[in-house]
Design a protein around this ligand. Structure first.
Ligand SMILES: Cc1ncc(COP(=O)(O)O)c(C=O)c1O
Length: 434
């Protein structure tokens, strides 16, 4: 008999942000017009890059050397540029050798956990962004290990919960933060980051900060980068261009290693990550060539500031529509481009409904919600999809015991935005009062 093919860890791989698309696609085939509120892709939501950025890319496309491989860690000029940017922010100092490029942060994330010992665990926030939680759990052949973000306290991390989990679990070797956070839109306050650094010092842990949204803040917030606050703790910052440029299809992200010289074991871990990239040869080259030309252009800051301001404006529109529903816990957002909205305890049950006019759509949705043990928020999400054509992601799919859903703040057309969120609100009210 052949041995089993799948590892235990493979059961931990799931990505509801895309799974829900399969359901929405069924409904689309039946003629339902879908508003895609599930995926954080600004381009899919009609964001247009300024012409000067497209010109930079099209000039590069005409260069012969853009088509070759590049160094395994990435283009030296680009790593020099990024190291200088980090060093200009104050705090820890790095060299171009402390940077390694990946094919998007998704690639960086799966490598980061893959090369940890399987008994070594990284604790991350819940609600959890599944690319991290699934990859970490798959490496450990166990469920994800999480600390709570608290919807009753602006989604800030429950630091006592984090401290106790670290104290009583010697397998924990690292703490993950996602700052600004996906899926909550929370920006970590400086004092809380300082407490996390203090915990890392006390228990000799390393830190991972996913900073893919670090330059996407609004409504007066500022996100403090890991490099600014890490002091002498070993850590990795993960950055990329998918959200900030935004150019998600480029598949380009990088890691910055901090304080390698302070911890031999951590240094070997970083070396293993570099080696893992080396055996693949290298990551996507064209976006690396574009980075210094785009981020180094004085027009970039003005463009990013305006884009952030637009996200902030949309966050207010969404707040105006949804924060009045008494059965919801609604938090204002300050970074990234998501909001996670929670149903207060006891408000959802297995008998609630929304009216679905089309009989075929109704039958399909009723089939989905009749699954045994379906999470209550998933049930709501399926009804919202069938009745209103709005595709959101249930929060129970983000390793959370809370019931709610994630939306994006990306719809650029204000009329469509208002229409979509008014439908969500009407759907909620109908469902809760049914
Ligand atoms: C927090 C976070 N990290 C990483 C990623 C993946 O980014 P990339 O497109 O670079 O793979 C995402 C994408 O949504 C994200 O939200």
């Amino acid at each position: 008999m052949r041995q089993r093919l799948l590892s235990e860890g493979a059961n931990e791989l799931s990505y509801e942000i895309r799974e829900i698309v399969k359901k929405a696609d069924y409904l689309k085939k039946l003629g339902v017009d879908i508003s895609w509120e599930n995926i954080g892709d600004p381009i899919q939501k009609n964001h247009k890059l300024p012409q000067w950025i497209k010109d930079v890319v099209s000039d590069l496309v005409k260069q012969d050397d853009a088509y070759s491989y590049c160094p395994s860690k990435g283009m030296l000029e680009t790593r020099k540029f990024l190291a200088a940017q980090t060093n200009a922010g104050g705090g820890v100092k790095i060299t171009p050798d402390d940077i390694c490029f990946f094919n998007g942060l998704g690639d960086a994330i799966s490598k980061a956990y893959q090369f940890l010992r399987d008994t070594s665990r990284v604790i991350g926030p819940s609600p959890a962004y599944s690319t991290h939680s699934s990859a970490e759990a798959a490496h450990a052949n166990h469920e994800p290990l999480t600390y709570n973000l608290d919807p009753a306290n602006h989604w800030y991390p429950d630091l006592d919960d984090l401290y106790n989990k670290i104290k009583y679990n010697p397998n924990i070797v690292g703490i993950l933060i996602i700052n600004p956070d996906n899926p909550t839109g929370m920006v970590y306050p400086l004092v809380m980051l300082q407490r996390i650094v203090a915990m890392a010092k006390e228990f000799k842990l390393f830190l991972i900060a996913d900073e893919i949204y670090i330059n996407i803040t609004y409504n007066g917030a500022r996100a403090y980068a890991l490099a600014e606050i890490i002091d002498d703790v070993p850590g990795i910052s993960m950055k990329g261009i998918s959200k900030e440029l935004p150019w998600p299809g480029a598949r380009c992200g990088w890691m910055e290693y901090y304080n390698r010289d302070k911890d031999e074991d951590f240094d070997r871990f970083c070396q293993a990550l570099d080696n893992a990239k080396m055996i693949e040869v290298c990551s996507t080259k064209l976006p690396q060539l574009a980075i210094p030309k785009i981020f180094g252009d004085p027009r970039f800051k003005a463009y990013r500031d305006q884009t952030n301001q637009d996200i902030g404006k949309r966050s207010k529109i969404i707040a105006d529509i949804l924060h009045t529903v008494p059965q919801l816990t609604f938090n204002e957002t300050f970074g990234a481009f998501y909001n996670t909205i929670i149903f207060r305890e006891g408000t959802l049950n297995h008998n609630q409904k929304m009216k679905i006019r089309d009989p075929q759509v109704k039958t399909l949705v009723e089939g989905w919600v009749s699954q045994q043990n379906i999470a209550l928020d998933k049930r709501f999400v399926y009804y919202l999809l069938g009745a209103k054509g709005v595709c959101v992601v249930p929060i129970s799919s983000f390793c959370s015991a809370l019931q709610g859903f994630r939306v994006t703040l990306l719809e650029e057309n204000e009329e469509t935005l208002v229409r979509t969120f008014t439908s969500i609100r009407d759907g909620i009210l109908e469902y809760l009062n049914s």
